[in-house]
Each structure stands twice: as C-alpha cells, then as structure tokens.
Design a binder for this molecule. Structure first.
Ligand code: HPA
Length: 282
C-alpha cells in the first residue's frame, strides 16, 4: 500500500465542489458496505454523484459496491449517503479510506452510521442477524491519524472509550424491538483482508473478545471520532465461523445474505433517524 495522505486542502476543495451542487447541508452521514447499498432505497434523493465525477475522490473497485454519493432527505433529516466504501485491501491508504469521513466533516455531518457485512464469531449468532457494534478492535496495523495531526480536524489523541455512541445504540435497540428485528450486540474486529480468516485466527479473535470480524469500518470510526461525530455501527452477520468445524466461506453467499438483510438495516436506520431529536443523539 502506498501511504497516500490526502490533505485538508484537498478535502475542502472536494467539499466546496459538493456544496455548490447540493441544496442543503447534511446532518447525518451513512456509509454502507457489501450488499447494503440497497438499504438506502427510500431516500428522497436531491443530488447524486458518481464517485468518478467528484474531484479528489478515490474510485471504488469492488463490484458489489455501487460507487455513488447521494444527498437527500430521509425521515425529515438531511443525509449524505455513500453507496460503497474504500478498503485497505483494495490498496487504498488509511487516509483515502477515511477521505469520505473528512468530506462529511467539512460539510457539517455530526452523526455517522456505518454498516458492514461481517463474519460471526459469537456462537449465539446466526447468518442474517444484525449486530449493533458496541466496540471495536483495530487489527489492521494501520491508523488514519498517523503523521502530523490536522488540528482543525481533531485532537492528537482522540479518546476511544465510547467510540460507538451509547444513546444511538439504545435508540437502535428500541427500533429493533418496535420492528420485531432481533438485534445482537458485540465487538467488531477489523482486519486488513482480503484473505479470509484461518481457523487459528478465528480462535485468536474469539479469545480476544471479538464477536464479529470484517475488513472495514475501524478506520472510518477512528476518523469519525477524531472528527467529533457520534457513531452507530451495524453489522450484518453473513456467515458463522466455527473453528472446531472450519468450513469455506462463500463470497456469493455472503453478498446474498447481506442483500437479504438490507431491509432490516434500512428499518433500523429509518427509526433511529426519525427519533434522532428525541434520543438526544445530535
Ligand atoms: N470475514 C471477513 N469479512 C467478512 C466476513 C468474514 O467472514 N463475512 C463478511 N465479511
């Protein structure tokens, strides 16, 4: 990986371009992962940009990601939604992976909703379950904040004691109850990928307290915390790892399970966004 750093000037330039083309500034940023782009279908879209048409924007290379940035209204809130994210395993640097978070920051986003597909480690989980991320373990060996600190963006040593906002978790929990969607809670371990986990790695991840594993989210959460955002993380558990009975993971099946779970993610996001004022999450 080339450790490309994208400067604040570039982020401001990109945010400036976007500002000229949108009607209202967003309060909420949504970043959706594998198979979950369709969880954004009921947004009333005001403006839509292909990543390739946005200055300085990296271009997503993974087929199951859509590569569109949407602005519009969802449940009476102005939102900015990214269909498809950038991953370290694609060769992007931590700074590129978190560039969209900086654009969100420059546009005034205060609440960040991250969704992903993840492998389940907790034996109580089943494929198709949604897990509210309560905490994370960054095992990528990378951090988007290395190098000189950009003081205008945040502090040198951001606190990570409550990276995933407790009020947003509670609000999502209530949404699950109202919608009769079973929600799990747990710790997300972020690896670099793209090779899937060995049985020994699965045993290690379970031992260190991870409930789910994936190749995204942890960099974005670090940048989001640095940016002062409140973060909600939603994982779709697409496959279960049992180190006692290792079985190959099937990427088509992973995408299919994530696609099928997209309506559940959408229902949770919808209720959380609808109640964003009541939950005092802003
Ligand atoms: N490992 C890593 N990422 C994933 C998995 C997995 O098992 N399932 C879905 N995303």
């Amino acid at each position: 990986m080339t450790n490309i750093k994208i400067s604040r000037e570039k982020a401001k330039e990109t945010a400036g371009f976007i500002r000229e083309h949108i009607k209202k500034l967003p309060l909420i940023g949504i970043l959706s992962g594998t198979g979950l782009g369709n969880s954004l279908q009921s947004i009333n879209i005001d403006s839509s940009f292909d990543y390739r048409n946005i200055p300085n924007f990296p271009v997503s290379t993974v087929e199951s990601h859509m590569g569109k940035l949407l602005f519009g209204n969802f449940e009476n809130q102005e939102i900015m939604a990214m269909q498809g994210r950038f991953h370290l395993y694609e060769g992007y640097s931590p700074s590129e992976v978190t560039f969209p978070i900086r654009i969100m920051q420059e546009l005034g986003v205060k609440i960040l909703i991250l969704s992903n597909a993840a492998g389940g480690l907790n034996p109580l989980f089943s494929p198709g379950d949604i897990m509210l991320i309560t905490d994370q373990i960054n095992l990528t060996g990378h951090n988007p904040l290395t190098g000189p600190n950009e003081d205008a963006w945040g502090v040198r040593f951001p606190d990570m004691a409550a990276a995933y906002d407790k009020k947003l978790i509670k609000s999502a929990d209530n949404a699950g109850k109202e919608e009769s969607i079973i929600l799990q809670k747990g710790v997300y371990a972020g690896l670099m990928g793209p090779s899937l986990e060995t049985p020994a790695e699965i045993r290690f991840l379970k031992t260190i307290g991870a409930d789910a594993v994936g190749f995204s989210t942890v960099q974005e959460t670090i940048a989001g915390i640095h940016a002062g955002m409140k973060i909600l993380g939603l994982s779709t558990i697409t496959n279960i790892h049992n180190p006692l009975n290792p079985s190959p993971s099937n990427i088509d099946q992973i995408i299919a399970v994530a696609n099928n779970a997209a309506p559940k993610i959408e229902a949770i996001m919808r209720k959380v966004i609808r109640n964003i004022h009541e939950c005092d999450c802003r």
